[in-house]
Design a protein around this ligand. Structure first.
Ligand code: AN7
Length: 353
C-alpha cells in the first residue's frame, strides 16, 4: 500500500516503523527543472532550478506532509481529520482521507478559494464548510475542534505535516548532488519554509550535504504579517493560497530566515501576476499565483543584485496553474478568437495569407 511515496523513500528520516501502514498516493519525486530562458530574460548570472511541486498527486506540495499526517492519524485510530485551508491543504486532506477511508472535514474562507481546489474537496467527499471569515478565523475554529480526541488536525500545526514536507529539501539535494546556495519560496502559513529548513539541516547533520542554503521567503504585500511584524486582520491578495494574516509557523519562519542569513520579504500582486505570466511564457511551467510569489522574489532580488554570480538557486513552485484557471485566463496576454469553419478564416486569424 505504501507504494513509492516520500515515506517509503525517506523513511530513515521520518517517524515511522516497519509496521506502519503507509497511506500514500505516490507523492513526491517531483521534477527539478533547470531554467535557462527565465534567467536569460532577467539577465542573471546564476543557475536556476524550478522544483515543480504542482506535479504531486493533488497538484500541490501539501501531499508530502499529508501522507505522513494521515498515516499517523490512521495509526492513532482516529475516524476523522479536519483542517482549515486556503484550498490546497483541504484538497490534499480530502484525497488522502478517501485513500484511508477516513472522514474529512474542511473549513475554508467563503468565496476565497479557487475553483479547482473547491472541486477537489467536493469530489473526494470532504464535509466542506465555508466559513464567513478568513483563513485565520477558520484555523482558530479548527484548533477548538482538535481538542476532541476523535478528530485529528492535519494543518501544519500537526508536526507530522512539517516532517513529511521536509522531504522536498532531500529531493533537491539528491538531484543537485549538493545543497543549493539560495532557496526561494512563497510564504503563507510558513509551514513550508520551516520544513525545507528542517530538511536541509537534517541532511547536513547526516553528512549528505556540506553546506546550507540561504532561505528567501516571499509573502504577498497585502498579506505580509511576518514582513510587517504584526498580525494582518484583513489580508488581501490575488494569490488566495497565501491570503493569511497570522501564520501558524511565524516564529519558525523567522528562525529559518535568520539562521540561514536569508530574508522574508514581500511582493505586490502586480509583481506576482507578472511572474505568473512570465514563468508560463518563458519556461512552459504553469503555476498558481501563490507559487509565482517565489518567482517574483527572484526577479526582485536579482534586480537588487542580491543573487551572487555563479550561484545555484532553487525556487519551489508550490501548486499547479490549473488550480486557478480563471486567474490564468484573466492574466494571459493572449486572447482566443472565434472564426467561421473555413480555411481562409483560420489563415486570417493566424495572420498568414
Ligand atoms: C500554492 O492550503 O495554507 O507557507 O491552507 O497553497 O507552508 O503555508 C496553502 C499555502 C504556498 C504557502 N503556495 O505555504 C492551505 C495553505 C501554495 C499554497 C503556500 C500555500 P505555507
Amino acid at each position: 500500500m505504501g507504494g513509492h511515496g516520500v515515506i517509503q523513500r525517506y523513511r530513515e528520516f521520518l517517524p515511522v516503523s516497519q509496521d506502519t501502514c503507509i497511506i500514500s498516493l505516490n507523492e513526491g519525486n517531483t521534477p527539478l527543472i533547470e531554467s535557462h530562458n527565465l534567467v536569460q530574460a532577467l539577465g542573471g548570472g546564476f543557475r536556476l532550478f524550478i522544483k515543480y511541486e504542482g506535479l504531486n498527486p493533488t497538484a500541490s506540495f501539501k501531499d508530502r506532509g499529508m501522507t505522513l499526517a494521515v498515516t499517523k492519524a490512521v495509526e492513532k485510530d482516529v475516524r476523522a481529520i479536519v483542517c482549515a485551508s486556503t484550498g490546497n491543504t483541504s484538497a490534499s486532506a480530502a484525497a488522502y482521507a478517501s485513500r484511508a477511508g477516513l472522514t474529512c472535514v474542511v473549513l475554508i474562507p467563503e468565496g476565497k478559494i479557487s475553483y479547482g481546489k473547491m472541486a477537489q474537496a467536493l469530489i473526494h467527499g470532504a464535509k466542506t464548510i465555508e466559513v464567513r471569515g478568513n483563513f485565520d478565523e477558520a484555523l482558530e475554529l479548527v484548533r477548538e475542534l482538535g481538542l476532541r480526541d476523535d478528530i485529528e488536525i492535519v494543518n501544519s500545526i500537526n508536526p507530522f505535516r512539517i516532517q513529511g514536507q521536509k522531504t522536498a529539501a532531500f529531493e533537491v539535494c539528491d538531484d543537485l548532488g549538493a545543497s543549493p546556495d539560495m532557496h526561494f519560496l512563497p510564504v503563507g502559513n510558513a509551514g513550508n519554509i520551516t520544513s525545507y529548513w528542517m530538511g536541509y539541516k537534517e541532511y547536513k547533520d547526516a553528512e549528505r550535504i556540506e553546506s546550507l542554503p540561504v532561505m528567501m521567503g516571499w509573502q504577498a504585500e497585502g498579506a505580509a504579517p511576518i514582513v510587517r511584524g504584526e498580525i494582518v486582520d484583513a489580508p488581501e491578495t490575488v494569490a488566495t493560497a497565501i491570503r493569511i494574516g497570522n501564520p501558524a509557523s511565524w516564529q519558525l519562519a523567522i528562525e529559518a530566515s535568520e539562521e540561514s542569513s536569508g530574508a522574508i520579504d514581500s511582493v505586490t500582486d502586480e509583481e506576482i501576476l507578472d511572474a505568473h505570466r512570465m514563468l508560463a511564457r518563458t519556461e512552459g511551467v504553469f503555476v498558481e499565483p501563490a507559487s509565482a510569489a517565489g518567482i517574483a522574489g527572484i526577479v526582485k532580488s536579482n534586480a537588487r543584485g542580491e543573487i551572487p554570480q555563479g550561484s545555484t538557486v532553487v525556487v519551489t513552485v508550490t501548486g499547479h496553474g490549473l488550480k486557478d484557471p480563471a486567474i490564468a485566463i484573466d492574466n494571459s496576454a493572449a486572447r482566443s478568437v472565434v472564426v467561421e469553419p473555413d480555411l481562409e478564416s483560420v489563415l486570417n486569424a493566424i495572420g498568414v495569407q
